[in-house]
Design a protein around this ligand. Sequence first.
Ligand code: ZN
Length: 249
Amino acid sequence: MEQDVAALRRLIETARRIVVFTGAGISTESGIPDFRSPGGIWTRHNPILFDAFLANEEARRETWRRRFAMDQVLRAARPNRGHVAVAALVACGKASAVVTQNIDGLHQTSGVPDRQVIEVHGNTTYATCLECGERHEIEMLAAAFARDGTAPRCNACDGLVKTATVSFGQAMPAAAMARAEAEMAAADLCLAVGSSLVVYPAAGLPVAAKRRGALLVILNREETPLDDLADLVLRREIGATLGAAVGVQ
Ligand SMILES: [Zn+2]
């Protein structure tokens, strides 16, 4: 085993309470594009701000067109070895929670219980009514959109329906951020995995863990602005590295 992977393995073995923080890099290995990366859907198209979604039917239609356009990719994506390793850390009680910037639901699919996944940017695998909070399934919304081409509205209250994600210009979910901060404060090891650590306020969470006394490991294919702060930096493929360190295939 390479020296840095062995070092990661030792840190995991000696940790008492790990918090895992994940970003797009763990899911690109499952075929999900990094939406914010150069060439990603949010750089090829201007992002649609939350206020525009609220104000304008055409902005809502365009938002939904983009969401339906990536539906096949999202449905086909399966957890990879990185997700499996994270799930194993949770299952054995080493990791108390997974705080994720990802909106794909793959941590849950890989077996991490819902209550231990904290989604700071929400989840795009389902939608909710912005008025009454009712859950709506994407498949039904897609079928209706294909029929009439209008942005979905809630059948219970006629409110606007949006994927359960945090849009550009939309407030961070307060409850999720508070839980994430509490997990960072309680951990003695923070594993930041596959995040470029540039999107704030989410990227502030590993910093908070470090300031509260946790060791910080950054595993990412590219360098990050927080590398100097970390106790260990691994610029490697995620699934193979985490799989080897945790001991899962
Ligand atoms: Zn509603």
